[in-house]
Design a protein around this ligand. Structure first.
Ligand SMILES: Cc1ncc(COP(=O)(O)O)c(C=O)c1O
Length: 394
């Protein structure tokens, strides 16, 4: 008997770059190899104690029933207060905020709510590769607009964006701070993108998950904060994963006008129905509570970035593109003229250090490696030493 066919929809999906590389890592580890991983976007901090305590307290208080599917009102209130405090943005917690199972579900939900078969979604490229499969799942067409390295920074040219806009273009997915490149869009850059979105009647999906982790003078700005018209056509996607070291808690949120939020609420009701109630209580404690834990993590990431820069200083054929935000640095290795996937494999096999090839994020990432400093300590110092040696040998 032949096996039942899988849906055509699911056959388009691909594993993420990190999952693909993880399979290789596990194989080598199975052979007894010790590897240092500078690959994942997984903070190595414990979730701050007051957040864990809020979850414990909620569990003991019996907060284990179905959550309000929009999100518990205490958490929606905390999200609204945070957006007003940090971006000067006002959202009505009753109708304009939705609590999601991480940003991953928020992205999926927004795409499912808006895309008709064949609608195009503009994306920066190199791009967080996990955006592509949900666009395909929703019936959309990803249209990647290449960025280039200008003055040591990945930058998008508005003319390229303009040229990519066609009659079927409906959405523009933006990520600032931008994984994998580390670019934080400036006000001027966002204004140019916003102007284009208005002119072409696009909806902006703004993934702001790295907002709290910025360096030097760079500051996160949401495109929704650029004016009333843009607020009305932006869906803010965010989560507590990175900011509060809560990747495994699976809690995030969206903010958008009431019509868009209602559409997303329908999708959510018919699928995830939101994170567990006691997790939402902990998330409310995180957003409404003291923020010094976030500041402390930012200080530590800043020190790790300096450590990375120093460790790779002077290595021929490798330039560190200084990130303005997030916890990844792109190494520009174009002069070596080695395909980035070959370079990654060689560094893993011969030197025991795991990175991600820039080409995993699109053709414009070719000639670069993404190095994560989300984990510090011994793993970072030994991984950087191995990376330095490996690159020097090439
Ligand atoms: C740009 C970006 N968006 C979304 C996510 C997923 O976030 P969450 O853990 O909230 O689902 C990641 C995780 O690495 C990411 O890098």
């Amino acid at each position: 008997m032949s096996e039942p066919a899988l849906s055509a929809r699911v056959q388009q999906l691909r594993p993420t770059a990190v999952n693909r590389i993880l399979a290789e890592v596990r194989e080598l580890q199975g052979q007894g190899r010790q590897l240092y991983s500078l690959m994942r976007g997984e903070p190595d901090f414990r979730t701050p104690a007051h957040i864990v305590e809020a979850a414990e307290k909620a569990l003991r208080a019996g907060r284990t029933t179905y959550p309000d599917n929009r999100g518990e009102i205490k958490l929606r209130d905390a999200v609204a207060a945070k957006l007003e405090r940090e971006q000067g943005l006002r959202y009505d917690p009753a109708t304009e905020i939705l609590v999601t199972t991480g940003a991953t579900f928020g992205i999926h939900d927004a795409l499912m709510s808006l895309i008709n078969e064949g609608d195009e979604v503009l994306l920066p490229e190199p791009v967080y590769d996990a955006y592509l499969s949900p666009i395909l799942l929703a019936g959309g067409v990803p249209k990647q607009v290449p960025a280039s390295i200008v003055d040591g920074r990945f930058t998008w040219n508005p003319r390229d964006l303009e040229a990519a806009c066609g009659p079927r273009t409906k959405l523009l997915l933006l990520n600032t701070p931008w994984n994998p490149t580390g670019t934080v869009f400036t006000r001027g850059e966002l204004e140019a993108i916003g102007e284009l979105a208005l002119r072409h009647n696009l909806i902006l999906l703004s993934d702001e998950i790295y907002e709290a982790i910025t360096y030097g003078a760079a500051r996160h700005l949401s495109p929704a904060a650029l004016g009333r018209e843009l607020r009305e056509r932006t869906i803010i996607l965010n989560s507590l994963s990175k900011t509060y070291a809560m990747t495994g808690w699976r809690v995030g949120y969206c903010a958008a006008n009431a019509r868009l939020t209602q559409a997303m609420f329908l999708v959510l009701q018919q699928s995830s129905r939101g994170p567990a109630t006691f997790i939402q209580d902990a998330a409310a404690a995180a957003l409404a509570g003291p923020q010094d834990c976030v500041d402390a993590m930012r200080v530590e990431y800043t020190a790790r970035l300096a450590q990375l820069t120093e460790a790779l200083d002077g290595v021929a054929g490798c330039r560190v593109l200084q990130p303005e935000g997030g916890f990844f640095a792109m190494l520009d290795t174009r002069v070596l003229q080695v395909p980035s996937d070959d370079l990654r494999r060689r560094l893993m096999r011969d030197n025991g250090v795991v990175t991600v090839n820039g080409s995993a994020y699109g053709p414009s990432g070719e000639g670069t490696l993404r190095v994560s400093f989300a984990s510090g300590g011994d793993n970072l110092s030994k991984g950087l030493a191995a990376l330095r040696q490996g690159l020097a040998e090439i």
